[in-house]
Design a protein around this ligand. Structure first.
Ligand code: EPU
Length: 419
């Protein structure tokens, strides 16, 4: 168990580089099952979810080695059929993305219903319906999905919704089948484009990844190769919000502002001054923060992963903010914790919160339930008077590489305690 102790009420100032994107790294590690030679991945974040995904592919015979702090070589020369370790699958919902590579490479996989954050229903029907359109057979027995591919063939697939991992699974399943596959209603996240870049580097023929229509020309075999993981736009956004909630000024030093295109206009509407210079983005307040009215949407809409950090910031705005969470129905589990600190947040119905601001936040003992709720609690604690304790901070570590050290570099008084 990990705790963060945070002595708040100090402005964060300075420059910080963000780590590689969790949601790109996890998929590339899974995709290594498809390669026939060593794959070198650069800018891999050293986070616990990455460690779990590496263990999962090792279960298929992939050899892994860290060449330096952030460069990971995965050697799939001796991969073999396997079923992922159910204990690991239960830890990580992203283990779902093993389905595509395993079906393409071995024609089968059995996977227990995956675990991960409890942030909503998150059914996997979108995945299953898409894979059926490619010819997969699926059975659910004793809470385990058994997937086989007696006959896969290229197809025109319409996803039920713009699901990130369903897009990735469909894409990877189609890589080695004969003929052309077109995925419509694909999710457009930059991490999907980054995954496709890696796959194309090792011999795949994918066009349009990062847009709602993706085309895949099946190839016989993939090789080895390399890729660089893009910076984590959610971590970058969280750090910019940390600067704003503490009335400081934070610069992200290694991120093309295009990755924040769905955040920066919202911050400007809230009265933040955003400065973009080369690959540096800076945010500070121009005066009092204004309230916000926003819906989360699939990319390029406002990210659901930033819903809780934005709610934390909105506690400091002059007026009533409203956030409509269109994707998940259980992503408000930070509300009671923030209210215990003095915030005035009301859950109007399962999908909407109303935040009355500004409120003075006071330090409290807080408990986090997931990565992004944890980020919201960290932000609130940074702004609060007194010392807060954030329990279960290992959940924050699932998605952020040394967030405490990055914040300390910006002037936060934060201590990590491992029990
Ligand atoms: N959904 C909608 N409408 C849509 C698209 C999705 O209601 O148009 C619903 C789905 O029914 C589902 C939920 O939204 O319940 C999640 O969507 P999706 O299937 O895209 O989520 P995912 O693929 O399971 C990935 C990220 C999440 C991120 C979501 C949305 C990974 C490993 N996970 O999950 O990341 O929140 O996309 O962008 O890539 C996180 O990093 O903390 C995290 C949870």
């Amino acid at each position: 168990m990990t705790k963060f102790l945070i002595e708040g009420d100090r402005p964060l100032r300075g420059k910080v580089a963000v780590s590689g994107a969790k949601n790109a790294a996890l998929k590339m590690i899974a995709a290594s099952l498809l390669a026939t030679g060593p794959c070198k991945l650069r800018n891999v974040p050293r986070i616990s979810d990455v460690r779990v995904m590496i263990k999962l592919v090792e279960g298929f015979g992939v050899k892994s080695q860290w060449d330096d702090q952030h460069t990971l070589t995965l050697d799939p020369t001796r991969v073999h059929k396997a079923d992922p370790d159910p204990r690991l699958v239960k830890k990580l919902r992203a283990s779902l993305v093993l389905i595509g590579p395993a079906l393409a490479r071995f024609g089968q996989i059995s996977l227990p219903i995956p675990g991960g954050d409890q942030i909503g229903r998150r059914p996997i029907d979108t995945h299953l319906n898409a894979l059926r359109q490619l010819g997969a057979k699926i059975e659910l027995k004793n809470d385990t999905y058994h997937l086989t591919t007696p006959k896969l063939k290229g197809a025109t697939v319409f996803l039920d919704e713009m699901s990130v991992t369903a897009t990735e699974n469909t894409l990877m399943t189609a890589l080695l089948v004969q003929g052309k596959t077109t995925i419509h209603v694909a999710a457009s996240e930059p991490e999907i484009a980054n995954l496709a870049q890696f796959l194309n580097n090792i011999g795949a023929k994918i066009r349009g990844a990062g847009s709602p229509t993706i085309e895949i020309e099946g190839v016989k075999q993939l090789s080895g190769g390399q890729a660089t993981i893009i910076p984590d736009r959610i971590e970058a956004s969280t750090l910019l919000l940390a600067g704003l909630i503490t009335d400081g000024e934070v610069t992200i030093s290694n991120l093309d502002s295009k990755y924040l295109a769905n955040l920066l206009p919202t911050l400007e509407r809230m009265n933040a001054k955003i400065t973009i210079k080369n690959s540096q983005v800076t945010a500070r307040r121009q005066g009092n923060l204004k309230p916000v009215n926003i819906d989360t949407r699939p990319y390029p809409g406002f990210s659901t992963d930033l819903q809780s950090p934005l709610a934390a910031l909105s506690t400091q705005a002059q007026g009533t903010s409203r956030i409509f969470e269109t994707l998940f129905e259980n992503r408000f589990n930070y509300v009671d914790e923030l209210n215990s600190m003095g915030a005035k947040i009301k859950i109007l119905e399962r999908h909407t919160v109303e935040i009355a601001g500004p409120t003075v936040l006071v330090a409290k003992d807080l408990n986090t339930r997931d990565i992004r709720a944890g980020a919201a609690l960290v932000l609130a604690a940074l702004a609060a008077k007194g010392q807060s304790v954030i329990e279960n901070a290992q959940l924050i570590d699932r998605g952020h590489e040394r967030l405490d050290e990055k914040l300390a570099k910006l002037g936060a008084n934060i201590t990590r305690i491992e029990d």
